[in-house]
Design a protein around this ligand. Structure first.
Ligand code: SF4
Ligand code: SF4
Length: 264
């Protein structure tokens, strides 16, 4: 089976225990206004052009015959500053598992493994399931928003060694305003995870003026009630990537409630 990914980060120390390889799965059903991976939102392969360093020579806009450039509207190979690329690689579970398992000894020596991140891995549940079964001899983790059908959530969480799950906002209306979806399914999945016995940590990105308010953090603290809970700092560099995939960054720490969410 094929899936679509937008990055593989080797030797990662930030996505779980030990030395890990993190796979970024493409596609997410949420639209968090602060998202720092805009190239991971669409579930489709897309053009990704870095704007910094462009000398506006126009070379990439001329038609080319490379099969991998077709449908993107630009040539991926001609830019003198190497600014034009495609976000999204279709890959089979066999090929990806083979890439990931080449470091299996390093994982076992360091207590690490493979982490599925995104985007939202649970948007590709069959692919994740097939991949995780091929990785069953190593430690695996998933980073998820928890926004998924409960059967999918339980099935995939049951296949990994560790779950990192976001709890962003407890207020349902604010959750909808700032992420584009309600939080009832997420909280139901989180309640199941708490009781499941699967090792897990809840995570809250600290977004100034949105998630870092005393009311929200108190409500999340009450909800997680003693479970492991990490607060992650806001990534102020997120905005720079948005023009590269033709999106507008809607969040401003100075004026966090000023923009409405985009729709697709
Ligand atoms: S080829 Fe590179 S430098 Fe020239 S217009 Fe395209 S992105 Fe800009
Ligand atoms: S859940 Fe994560 S990947 Fe999806 S929009 Fe929110 S921050 Fe971005």
């Amino acid at each position: 089976m094929n899936g679509i990914i937008f990055d593989i980060k080797e030797f990662s120390l930030n996505d779980g225990a030990g030395i890990r390889t993190t796979v970024f799965m493409k596609g997410c059903p949420l639209r968090c206004v602060w998202c720092h991976n805009p190239e991971g939102l669409s579930p489709h392969r897309e053009l990704f052009v870095k704007t910094k360093g462009c000398v506006h020579c126009g070379l990439c806009k001329k038609s080319c015959q490379h099969p991998e450039c077709q449908g993107l509207g630009r040539c991926l190979h001609i830019c003198p500053n190497n600014l034009v690329s495609a976000a999204g690689e279709v890959i089979s579970s066999d090929e990806l598992a083979k890439k990931l398992l080449k470091y299996d000894r390093l994982y076992s020596l360091s207590g690490g493994g493979v982490t599925l991140s995104g985007g939202e891995p649970l948007m590709q549940p069959e692919f994740c399931e097939e991949l995780l079964l091929k990785l069953s001899k190593i430690s695996t983790a998933i980073e998820t928003s928890g926004f998924a059908d409960e059967a999918v959530f339980r099935r995939i969480c049951g296949l990994v060694s560790f779950v990192y799950m976001d709890i962003k906002l407890m207020d349902p209306q604010k959750h909808r305003t700032y992420t584009g979806v309600g939080n009832s399914q997420i909280l139901e999945n989180a309640k199941w995870l708490k009781k499941s016995g699967i090792p897990h940590t809840f995570r809250t990105p600290l977004i100034p003026g949105i998630t870092d308010t005393p009311e929200n953090l108190s409500a999340i603290a009450a909800f997680v009630s003693g479970d492991s809970w990490e607060k992650l700092p806001y990534n102020a560099l997120a905005a720079a990537k948005y023009p590269g995939v033709g999106r507008k960054f809607l969040y401003s720490p100075e004026n966090p409630g000023s923009e409405s969410l985009e729709s697709e």
